[in-house]
Design a protein around this ligand. Structure first.
Ligand SMILES: [Ca+2]
Ligand SMILES: [Ca+2]
Ligand SMILES: [Ca+2]
Ligand SMILES: [Ca+2]
Length: 631
């Protein structure tokens, strides 16, 4: 993994602190629910969780700070999301939000992907105003069993136009520096989508979301009313683009997305159309070889305001998982955590970018960029995060980060979108609080080049690709003619299929594509390498299936990835589905390395596919390869 420089500036509007008062006792019996967990999740995403007893009964004492408009959710014994509980229904309208009243819900039937209260609870114990959802005649929420990946009638644009995407979660001035470059400059002006502060006068209920508005930036909202809360919904706004590629969602409801970055060399390209199987993907993503650019790495990078909209200071943040996710088991998990760009040394006795076992890591406090962090003064029990100052914005705050390699033997089976991962935090005046989230779908494969066309010839690639095949190294780069142009055709990268989808993998649509020039070796010094200062993006011309970024990205991101997929949604892999672009790699090299004699030089390039950037980074995948310029 490359060292990355992450800079975040994200501010949220301060809203009134929810006051804790006595809560509501919520009880019932889930038939066949023995050993499952049940969570009452407030609009703000905080949860009260209990275990269902052997006779199916449960009892949750839900504090009133979350019992108003909380929804109930079932989690399997091993910690996977099972689905929401529908409290009552009328026609095709479902009611799932509690009303801060003590209630015995009686028998709850476990259906496929949801639960249904058998007898309508007493009037007033559930809300018929806030947060209704769409259900089938049988009572199934539209998103049940699909983690919310379902088209709903209201498009994202319609929701935004009605103001439902904007409920005072705070402004985000943006300013995301490219996480990979270290080259400075380039701020993200931000999209200005969220005016912030709109609901501060609502009594501060649920940290910024109005009690009657089930949407907003909060994890417990359900913007598209498909029954799956934003925390577990992979498509918060119901337009079939997954959150990580959705420009609206990453700025509003999906701020707690995880990031991943998998970028091997050409010979290790991994793609469903190039023969990747669940086994080969697991072998790649689970690799513990520190010297190889393989192995999944997940980045958690959160503003304190994204965790606690009130801005109260936190003293510790850590993660916990279900029993089915051995990679993050406290004490014994396989996951490791390491330093990152500004704070490469997470503890004084750990080398820069060195790693420690996450399950025994109590967290760290990082104060000065480049200096070793120190152990957290309020240690986390396991799977700790690092705290560092949040730059800019004029308001003192902190970011909480964890850069984690799961090293899981079965990554696809245990680090996936229906695994419930719980964020825990505590701070001054904040008791230990849980926010369960799903792990965002991430790239499990890379794009794979199928054809390289230059004026010096055309190369069709077939897979598995030979380890020393054309393009795999700088002594055997793809030949580029005197005009310097190259056209690359490629397959899209994939994510793991979601519940309800056929097959193992799905092509990810809507991505931004780019080509970066990483280093050059001149003919005079073929064994030496001059590296570019940060990531140098080449200008691209869209070919088949690509277009200019829409909406536009910040200059820094658009410099790295100037094109975007015309297909916004995901699809089953098909070898016939490719995208392509052209670049003048000679011009790119001339502008990146002015004054260098490039005749006969070899260029090391990276093909990048990037999801929608947040203020501080984005999910990325890609592959590196070499070309040889005409000499
Ligand atoms: Ca959805
Ligand atoms: Ca939803
Ligand atoms: Ca979501
Ligand atoms: Ca979407």
């Amino acid at each position: 993994m490359r060292p990355r420089l992450w800079t975040a500036i994200a501010l949220a509007t301060v809203v009134v602190v929810p006051t804790m008062a006595q809560g509501a006792m919520v009880s019932g019996t889930v038939k066949g629910g023995k050993g499952m967990k049940i969570s009452a999740i407030g609009l703000d995403g905080t949860a009260t969780t209990g275990t269902i007893k052997s006779n199916g009964s449960f009892k949750l004492n839900v504090p009133s700070s979350r019992a108003k408009n909380a929804t109930l959710h079932l989690i399997t014994k091993t910690g996977d999301y099972y689905g929401p509980i529908v409290l009552a229904k009328k026609g095709t309208t479902g009611y799932s939000r509690l009303n801060n009243k003590t209630v015995n819900l009686g028998a709850i039937t476990k259906k496929t992907g949801y639960g249904l209260v058998t007898t309508t609870p007493p009037k007033g114990t559930y809300s018929t105003k806030a947060g209704t959802e769409k259900v089938t005649k049988a009572g199934a929420p539209l998103g049940a069993g699909k983690l919310g990946l379902v088209k709903v009638a209201s498009s994202a644009a319609e929701l935004a136009a009605k103001g439902e995407m904007q409920t005072g979660g705070g402004t985000d001035p943006g300013a995301g520096k490219d996480p990979g470059s270290g080259s400075g400059g380039g701020t993200d002006p931000g999209s200005g989508k969220d005016p912030g502060g709109g609901s501060g006068s609502s009594g501060g209920q649920q940290g910024g979301s109005s009690p009657t508005d089930p949407c907003g930036t909060a994890l417990g909202g359900d913007c598209d009313r498909d029954g799956i809360p934003n925390a577990f919904d992979v498509d918060d706004n119901g337009n079939l683009t997954i959150d990580m590629t959705d420009a609206v969602s990453v700025d509003t409801t999906a701020k707690l997305l995880t990031y991943s970055d998998v970028r091997p060399s050409l010979a290790l390209a991994l793609n469903a159309n190039a023969g990747a199987t669940p086994e080969s993907v697991n072998a790649f993503l689970g690799s513990t070889d520190a010297g190889s650019p393989s192995g999944l790495s997940l980045a958690f990078y959160y503003s304190q305001y994204d965790l606690v909209p009130t801005g109260q200071a936190l003293t510790s943040v850590w993660a916990t998982c279900g029993t089915g996710a051995a990679w993050c088991a406290p004490g014994t998990g396989t996951a490791t955590t390491s330093g990152f760009g500004e704070y490469p040394q997470i503890l004084p006795d750990v080398a820069p970018f060195g790693s420690v076992t996450w399950g025994t890591f109590g967290g760290a406090t990082c104060s000065t960029p480049g200096q070793p962090c120190v152990a957290a003064s309020g240690p986390s029990p396991a799977n700790g995060f690092e705290q560092s100052p949040e730059n800019g914005g004029g308001k003192p705050s902190a970011v909480w980060t964890a850069f984690v390699k799961p090293n899981a033997p079965d990554t696809l089976g245990t680090v996936n979108a229906d695994s419930v991962l719980t964020l825990n935090y505590a701070g001054q005046g904040i008791p230990t609080t849980q926010k369960p989230i799903g792990i965002s779908p991430y790239f499990v494969t890379t794009p794979a080049i199928t054809n390289v066309e230059t004026s010096a010839g055309s190369t069709a690639l077939s897979y598995p690709y030979p380890a020393n095949g054309a393009g795999t190294n700088q002594s055997n780069g793809f030949r580029v003619g005197a005009d310097g142009t190259a056209t690359l055709t490629m397959w899209r990268p994939q994510r793991l299929s979601l519940p309800g989808e056929a097959g193992s993998f799905f092509d990810v649509g809507g991505l931004h594509y780019g080509l970066t020039l990483d280093s050059v070796s001149t003919a005079a010094n073929p064994n030496g390498q001059q590296r570019s200062n940060g990531e140098a993006g080449c200008s691209l011309t869209a070919g088949n299936g690509l277009m200019a970024n829409n909406p536009a990205l910040s200059s820094q991101w658009s410099g790295l990835a100037p094109l975007q997929d015309q297909t916004a949604t995901d699809a089953a892999p098909n070898a016939a589905n490719t995208v392509s672009f052209s670049a003048n790699v000679l011009s790119c090299a001339q502008s990146t390395f002015p004054g260098v004699n490039l005749a006969g030089a070899s260029l090391n390039l990276s093909l990048l596919a990037i999801a929608q950037p947040l203020s501080h980074g984005a999910n990325r995948t890609g592959i590196s390869f070499s070309v040889k310029l005409a000499g």
